[in-house]
Write a protein that binds this ligand. Structure first.
Ligand code: LLP
Length: 421
C-alpha cells in the first residue's frame, strides 16, 4: 500500500497534487511519501514485536539524509556497506550502536572509522576480513563486535544479478566452513563474536527460500553454542520483495515474514535483526517525468520522456518492470495504445518499456514511474551530462526538495583543469 493515489482525476502524493510539485521543481524528479515510509518501517517493527529485535534499514536502497532521518526518528537502525553510508547514517543522527556494517570489501579506513565512531556489529564476509578487523581493533585497543555472514547455498529464486545466497556468489563464508571460521574468530584478539548473519538476495517473492536459509542458521546456532560460542543475535538480512505490477501475485507481507522468522528461529532466544531496504522505500517513491515528444516509428510509437536510464537504471540493468501512469487519470473505458517508452540518452538500452499499453499521451503530459523509491535515485548518474535527478519529500500537505537539481555550472565546476592546460 502507498500514498500515491488518484483523487478528483489527478495523482496525489499524500495531500499534495503531484503536478503542483512538478510545476515548481521541474522534471524529472523523485518524489517520496513520508507516510508510506513510516508505515512500511512500522509493519516490520510490529511483525517482529514477539521478541527483542532491531529493524536496520538497508540504506543502499535510498540514502537521502531526509529519508534516513525520518526512519531514524522512528527508531530504525541502519545497515551500511561503505564508509560513505556509515558517515551518512551518523550525519542523520543514527547512533553507532544502531548501525551494522555489511559488505564483502571493507577497507582498513572504513573499519577504523566505524570502530572510532561506534558500531553495533560488523557482518564479516571472509576470514581475511576477520583478521583485518582483529588487527585494527587490537591496534586501537578496542573490541569489535562481529557476526559472520554465512552463505547457506540456497536458491533465492530471484533475478540472477540480485541473488546472493548461492555458493557461486561472492558473499559470505560457506556454511560448511562456519565452525572453523568461528573457532578462528574466538582465538583472535580484539573480536567479540555476537551472532550470525545471513542475506540471500533481493526482491524475493516467496518465503520458502528465506525459511530454508533460516532453518540452516538455527541449526548452526545450536552447533556453535555447543562449541562454546555466545550467539545472542541473528541478523537475517533483507530481501522481501514488493509488488511491481498490479496484476502480479503479491509477495508475502511483513507479518507473514515475521511469523516465519518466529517459527524458524524464535525458540533460540536471540535478538533478531533484519535489513530490509526495498520494502521500506520501494513503493514510497515515484519518478515523475514529462513527455517531450511522441514519435511515430515503423510499426510502433515511441514515447520520449525527459527521464532516462541515468535517472532510473533498473529497466536497462535488470529488465525491471515499473508501472507508468499518467498524472491525469485516464477516463474510464478510454482506449489504450502500445508505446515504446524511452529516454533521451544515446543508447538503445535507454528503454523503460516496450509495447507498453498506455492511455493516450501527448507531448507535455506528465507521467509517473511507480515503485521507484528503492534503487532509483541512488543508482542515478550524470551520464550524457544530465544533471543528477532531484529528490522531493512529501509529508501530509507539505513538500520539500531534499536534494536540489545541480546547475550546469555546479556540474562543470566539479572538474579541475590541470596547470598544464
Ligand atoms: N542486506 C544486504 C547485505 C544486502 O546486500 C541488501 C541488498 C539488503 C540488505 C537489502 O535488500 P532489499 O531488502 O532491498 O531487497 N539494485 C538492485 C538491488 C540490489 C540489492 C543489493 N543488496 C535492484 O535495483 O533491484
Amino acid at each position: 500500500m502507498d500514498h500515491f493515489i488518484y483523487r478528483g482525476g489527478q495523482l496525489w502524493a499524500e495531500d499534495v497534487p503531484v503536478a503542483e510539485i512538478a510545476e515548481q521543481v521541474g522534471t524529472p524528479f523523485y518524489l517520496y511519501s513520508t507516510a508510506t515510509l513510516v508505515r512500511h518501517f512500522r509493519l516490520f517493527d510490529e511483525a517482529l514485536a514477539w521478541g527483542p529485535h532491531l529493524v536496520c534499514y538497508a540504506m543502499k536502497a535510498a540514502s537521502n539524509q531526509a529519508i534516513l532521518k525520518t526512519l531514524a526518528e522512528e527508531g530504525a537502525g541502519m545497515d551500511v556497506v561503505s564508509g560513505g553510508e556509515y558517515a551518512r547514517a551518523r550525519a542523520a543522527g543514527v547512533p553507532g550502536e544502531r548501525i551494522v556494517f555489511s559488505g564483502v570489501g571493507k577497507t582498513e579506513g572504513e573499519i577504523r572509522a566505524a570502530l572510532d565512531g561506534g558500531i553495533r556489529q560488523f557482518n564479516v564476509e571472509s576470514e581475511p576480513e576477520m583478521r583485518a578487523i582483529s588487527r585494527i581493533a587490537t591496534a586501537l585497543g578496542v573490541e569489535a563486535p562481529i557476526a559472520l555472514r554465512v552463505n547457506p547455498d540456497v536458491d533465492a529464486k530471484t533475478h540472477a544479478k540480485i541473488a546472493t545466497g548461492k555458493s557461486e556468489n561472492k558473499f559470505g563464508i560457506p556454511i560448511a566452513k562456519a565452525r572453523a571460521a568461528y573457532a578462528e574468530a574466538a582465538s583472535l584478539p580484539g573480536l567479540k563474536v555476537v551472532g550470525i548473519d545471513v542475506h540471500i538476495g533481493s526482491q524475493l517473492t516467496q518465503l520458502e527460500p528465506f525459511e530454508q536459509a533460516y532453518r540452516k542458521v538455527a541449526e548452526l546456532t545450536e552447533v556453535l553454542r555447543a562449541d562454546g560460542h555466545e550467539i545472542t543475535r541473528l541478523d537475517l538480512g533483507g530481501g522481501l520483495g514488493i509488488p511491481y505490477t498490479r496484476s502480479n501475485e503479491a509477495p508475502p507481507l511483513p507479518t507473514d515474514y515475521g511469523a516465519m522468522v518466529q517459527r524458524t528461529v524464535g525458540h533460540l532466544g536471540c535478538e533478531i535483526e533484519i535489513e530490509p531496504g526495498r520494502l521500506i522505500v520501494g513503493n514510497a517513491g515515484i519518478l515523475v517525468s514529462r513527455a517531450i515528444y511522441v514519435k511515430e516509428g515503423e510499426g510502433r510509437n515511441f514515447l520520449i520522456l525527459d527521464a532516462a536510464m541515468n535517472d532510473l537504471l533498473r529497466p536497462a540493468m535488470y529488465e525491471a518492470h515499473h508501472d507508468i501512469v499518467p498524472l491525469i487519470e485516464a477516463a474510464p473505458g478510454v482506449e489504450m495504445a502500445p508505446f515504446d517508452v524511452v529516454g533521451p540518452v544515446c543508447e538503445s538500452g535507454d528503454t523503460f518499456a516496450k509495447g507498453r499499453d498506455l492511455p493516450p499521451v501527448k507531448a507535455g503530459d506528465l507521467v509517473a514511474f511507480r515503485s521507484a523509491g528503492a534503487y532509483g535515485a541512488v543508482m542515478a548518474s550524470e551520464y550524457n551530462s544530465r544533471p543528477l535527478v532531484p529528490e522531493v519529500l512529501v509529508r501530509a500537505d507539505q513538500f520539500s526538495v531534499i536534494r536540489a537539481r545541480p546547475t550546469f555550472d555546479e556540474m562543470i565546476n566539479r572538474d579541475t583543469i590541470p596547470a598544464w592546460l
